[in-house]
Design a protein around this ligand. Structure first.
Ligand SMILES: *Cc1c(COP(=O)(O)O)cnc(C)c1O
Length: 342
């Protein structure tokens, strides 16, 4: 067994730092279910302001943000939602959109987990044809996850939103890593969220908190979201303990995401020079690096044996940089890939 593990499996692997744990220990708390936890309330107000929305609700996970948002938008009588084939609700939420909301999920194709306006338009249904499902919701990931951490350009988002407006679709932004996109592009979170009725951010990824996410939208939608939060068992009691970690992450761990992006780029550039590895470093825009090798499973296992954790995805290898892996760690990971392939 190697004595220390370089964990590039995901940015969900971060451990709460000593300072974050101190903020949690010191948090003022109350009964969150009754709206009486001051730390949760402060976090919800901060996220609503950050995303330029009227209100926000603190939830245990990003998956619950997606599921509640989908439930808000989808009527369980034949509605169809559109998302990229690699989108999280299609691949990693246990078919909740079908089970909880009765949504028909229509996967779209496009580069790096994104799609264009024409691709969405081609899928729009005839509302008068009773044979067809009803076009109802479009959701995008900014940045993409399984698509490789790609950042949607504002122009591409506008294309999709134009189609949504033309066909009367509801709109949802999965912003699990939205602050990675803002740090990478210089756009604001509110600018990205502006055209979407619901949007959310995750605290348990690059921001380094152990738990939690916040879903934002109009006061009316978020009031309704609180009913679904209760229904799904997402209401907490002294939630301020974990909300404090989220607030700490927002205050201290946003600008530093640029280091994770630089490390991901460094890793991609190093990988591109290795014989047998296929990756275009220009496609690495945030903290996710996905690359091809002849035998991904074998590389993955050899890396694990040498103390480097990466994940497998459709026969490809994925590495995610984060605040618990520094440049030295990335250099070691790169050396391990080189050894494993030679
Ligand atoms: C991680 C992730 C989610 C789910 O968030 P959890 O907090 O892990 O439930 C949803 N969408 C995307 C794009 C993600 O990366």
């Amino acid at each position: 067994m190697p004595d220390s593990v370089i964990n590039l499996y995901s940015d969900t692997q971060t451990q709460p730092s000593a300072a974050m744990r101190k903020a949690m220990a010191d948090a003022e708390v109350g009964d969150e279910q009754r709206g009486l936890d001051p730390t949760v309330t402060a976090l919800e107000e901060e996220v609503a302001a950050l995303l330029g929305k009227e209100a926000a609700v603190f939830l245990p996970s990003g998956s619950m943000c997606n599921q509640i948002a989908i439930r808000l938008h989808i009527r369980p009588f034949g509605d169809e939602m559109y998302a990229h084939r690699l989108a999280h609700p299609i691949n990693a939420e246990a078919a909740g959109a079908a089970t909880i909301s009765g949504a028909l999920m229509m996967p779209l194709e496009g580069e790096g987990g994104t799609f264009d306006g024409a691709t969405l338009r081609a899928r729009m249904r005839d509302p008068l044809d009773t044979h067809e499902p009803r076009s109802r919701l479009v959701t995008i990931e900014q940045p993409t996850n399984l698509g490789g951490g790609r950042v949607w350009t504002m122009a591409r988002i506008e294309e999709v939103l134009d189609v949504a407006r033309e066909f009367g679709l509801r709109t949802h932004l999965d912003g699990a890593r939205l602050l990675n996109a803002t740090v990478a592009s210089g756009e604001s979170a509110a600018a990205y969220a502006a055209g979407f009725e619901t949007a959310w951010i995750d605290f348990s990824k690059g921001l380094g908190a152990p738990v939690g996410a916040c879903l934002a939208g109009s006061a009316e939608l978020i009031a309704e979201a609180r009913r679904y939060k209760q229904m799904l068992g997402g209401s907490m009691r002294q939630g301020g303990i974990v909300a404090a970690a989220a607030r700490y992450g927002l205050q201290h761990n946003v600008e530093r995401l640029a280091e994770d992006h630089a490390n991901a780029k460094f890793l991609a550039e190093g990988l591109a020079e290795l014989p047998g590895v296929e990756i275009d470093p220009a496609t690495v825009e945030t903290n996710i690096v996905i690359f091809d090798v002849a035998d991904a499973q074998s590389l993955h296992d050899k890396l694990a044996a040498s103390g480097v954790e990466m994940s497998l995805l459709e026969g490809r290898v994925r590495a995610v940089t984060h605040l618990d892996v520094d440049r030295g760690g990335v250099e070691k990971a790169l050396a391990s890939v080189k050894d494993a392939l030679s």
